[in-house]
Design a binder for this molecule. Sequence first.
Ligand SMILES: [Zn+2]
Length: 315
Amino acid sequence: MGITPKIEGATTDHSTKRWSRGTRILTKIVIALIIALVGNMVVGIWHDTPKMAKIRRENRAIEKEYQILQERIALAENTIADIKHRDHYVYRPLLGVDTIAMPQIYSDYNDSKYAALQNDTYSELMTDTWRQMDRLTRNIYYASVSLDTTQQMAENKEEFSTVIPAIWPIDRTKLRHVSSLYGMRMHPTLGIWRKHEGIDLTAPIGTAVYASGNGVISQSQWRNGYGELIEVNHGFGYKSRYAHLSKRYVQVGDSVTRGQVIGEVGNTGVSSGPHLHYEVRYRDNTVNPIHYFNKDMSEEAYIDLMNQLEKSTEK
Ligand SMILES: [Zn+2]
């Protein structure tokens, strides 16, 4: 019939041909896919996919951000260090007070505090940054505590400046001369070398005697050697004494203000003539009163005083 007889072998041969053709195509496709895949992998090693590239970019940005943060922290640390320096070396010495001790403030926290930051790409960077941040926080705390106490003392210093025995206890126009200064001298009536515990201001009997600073009267009585004596307790460890008075206007417990008249110059007790013996005591030891009222003394007055000192030592 003109139809090619179906011979098994031929049929088999024909289908085998078709099969093998299909197989070849399939193989080609698989190979192509493998090549594409391998190629893609190979290329992927050298070149990021857009997603990977984005992640890498973001990571670099984070790293940069942390570095900037560290720089900012370092800047803040410098500022705090400057504040601390001024507190320690300027304000506190001015007030005559020591720095506050808070040694624990400088010890770093235990590593366990930063455990949560471990096992991360940026563990080290993050831990370092947090450590710096914690150090800065502690430094700020220390500086604020220290400055608070400095401020409190500065406020007391205001009061301190009103109580310190800073003015001359008599009107300097009434002063004839300073007959004796503070320190070792030949005693004018006893004739022996001994320390003079105050200064002697020669002035007429009845000259007004001023409290040299604010305070409370702690003595107002006759006392051997001193004669009629007034003592003012100024607080902060300071006292002043006014001796050889002719009159006392105040009683123990009275509050007095700087410049208030508390008595009159006299010649009572062991005294070689009308004068005021004036003493300043700090924590019950006498100190040189000159050091306290130098501030209101002009250069001329100071030179004059020094000349008088020379004269008094010549005698
Ligand atoms: Zn004296």
